[in-house]
Write a protein that binds this ligand. Structure first.
Ligand SMILES: [Fe+2]
Length: 494
């Protein structure tokens, strides 16, 4: 995979630029607030699927290029290169950087030239990332809530989003998670393969702000409509368009020697790459997804209409449930993190919803329905997490920062990253817990002995003041808890 090269670094730098220029007809209000660059070619690079010895770069350019990556263990010192590939215009390619040392930082940059050119390869901007941490090796990761770029002016501002992502990137996270509702398609006037794909390319220049140095893990949300109920046996399905666009532009894990996950191959999609688990340092990470496993709409159906009446029909499914169970039970990690768009994928609230249906076992009338509805499952999902020492369950959907705890599991709801109104949405749905208004992201610092969770606030420059500073920590807690009082516990009965 590695071949020596001798070409000199010359030419203009590869730039990550405003998506309005990358995608013809992308007239989404608010997106144009990222200032476009003028240099050519325009390239976006996002990382994904980091392992103990590799990472995958997804690169996309606005013109046909020959590209390869050079990389090494120190800035400006490149000991190896990838093979050269041809990037078609506006057609991304995945490039594997491998053969790396575990628990080590690697520096890399793109080399590129026009196809047919006999000239030297120009050099892109250097970035770096870290391979899997060994136990005992501390690290940071960051996670954002619903970005909702289709809600410009109400819950989204492009400049604020870019500032949030740049602020997170400056934290030097080993990776970055999004929690869903980042690629909403249900407000598109025309839903087809091209318009759905635009939702994914629109995000590229933004997510690349952090994703060029921190591999991205995407959690599926309800507004993505990447959901099983929309399958129709043909390639012409919004779910197929959405998942294919997602997997084309963002390298997400499938089961291999490093990740576990979903081995199902769906017609016209292949491997979904919608849920996965991995270990990093002293932490286990598990991403789960009810949308691809439920036969019915989990939240609002595409095109409108009533929500699913019988919420027992909303499910992780047997295969995902027993994978989650086995993953949690087999892990000896000090910290265990589970990520989903929301408890059961719908509803409002955190622990207020945790007792319901397959998540907590109670029927709509408050009686125990689990044994009848899930006869082969030993425990509801919440109780499974509690029994296996899950540290934090992260969720979005409610557009509010809330920290709650139930049976020793912290329920951490995530704020929006780009809400220019800085609103405290859906606070009434949370009858307990510590709440804080938008906008920002959550930063988690992990060591073998302790854990720190920070809510980092972000502001537009004009909204800053002596009491509101971009990058300030609005709320923080540590585990084991030392300075902060432990909130009262509630216990679910059965
Ligand atoms: Fe949302």
């Amino acid at each position: 995979m590695i071949a020596p090269r001798s070409t000199a670094a010359r030419g203009s730098a590869v730039r990550v630029v405003g998506l309005a220029l990358l995608v013809a007809g992308a007239a989404v209000r608010g997106w144009t607030q990222v200032p476009p660059a003028v240099e050519m070619p325009r390239v976006t690079e996002v990382l994904g699927r980091p392992t103990d010895d590799s990472v995958t770069v997804n690169a996309r350019a606005d013109q046909v290029l020959e590209v390869y990556y050079e990389y090494g263990p120190a800035p400006g010192t490149y000991a190896a290169t990838t093979p050269t590939v041809t990037l078609a215009a506006f057609s991304p390619a995945e490039i594997l950087i491998d053969g790396l040392e575990p628990d080590a930082r690697t520096y890399f940059r793109m080399r590129y030239r026009s196809v047919g050119s006999a000239g030297p390869f120009a050099a892109g901007t250097e970035h770096s990332f870290h391979t899997q941490r060994a136990p005992g090796s501390g690290f940071r990761f960051c996670v954002q809530g619903d970005s909702h770029p289709e809600r410009a002016g109400r819950q989204f501002d492009g400049a604020l989003y870019a500032r949030t992502l740049a602020t997170a990137a400056a934290d030097g996270p080993d990776f970055y998670l999004t929690i869903g509702d980042d690629f909403s398609i249900d407000t598109l006037k025309t839903i087809d393969a091209a318009s759905v794909a635009e939702r994914y390319t629109l995000q590229l220049p933004y997510l690349a702000l952090v994703g060029q140095s921190a591999p991205l893990f995407l959690v599926n949300g309800n507004h993505e409509q990447a959901a099983r109920y929309l399958l129709n046996g043909t390639p012409d399905s919004p779910a197929v368009w959405a998942q294919n666009a997602r997997n084309l532009h963002y390298p997400q894990p499938a089961p291999d020697g490093f990740y576990t996950g979903n081995a199902e191959e769906v017609a016209h999609v292949g491997l979904l790459r919608n849920r996965f688990a991995w270990t990093w340092g002293d932490a286990l990470f598990v991403v789960i997804d009810p949308y691809w496993s439920s036969p019915v709409p989990v939240d609002g159906p595409l095109g409108g209409g009533p929500k699913t009446a019988d919420r027992w029909e909303i499910t992780l499914g047997d295969e995902q449930y027993f994978w989650l169970k086995q993953t949690l039970e087999a892990s000896t990690a000090r910290w265990k993190f589970v990520f989903a768009h929301h408890v059961s994928g719908t509803g409002r609230g955190g622990i207020e919803r945790a007792g319901e249906f397959e998540w907590g076992g109670l029927d709509a009338d408050g009686t125990w329905g689990f044994t009848r509805q899930r006869p082969t499952w030993p425990l509801p999902i919440h109780q499974l997490m509690a029994a296996n020492g899950v540290t934090i369950f992260f969720q979005g959907h409610d557009h509010i920062f809330v920290r709650q705890e139930l049976d020793g599991v912290i329920y951490q709801s995530l704020p929006e990253p780009a809400d220019p109104t800085y609103t405290l949405w859906n606070a009434d749905a949370y009858t307990s817990g510590d709440k804080a208004a938008n906008s920002g992201y959550v930063r988690v610092t992990v060591t073998a002995a302790s854990l720190r969770v920070d809510y980092v606030k972000t502001y537009l420059p004009n909204d800053e003041s002596t009491s509101r500073r971009n990058g300030e920590v609005a709320y923080s807690y540590s585990l084991p808890e030392t300075a902060l009082p432990r909130p009262p516990r509630r216990h679910l009965g059965r």
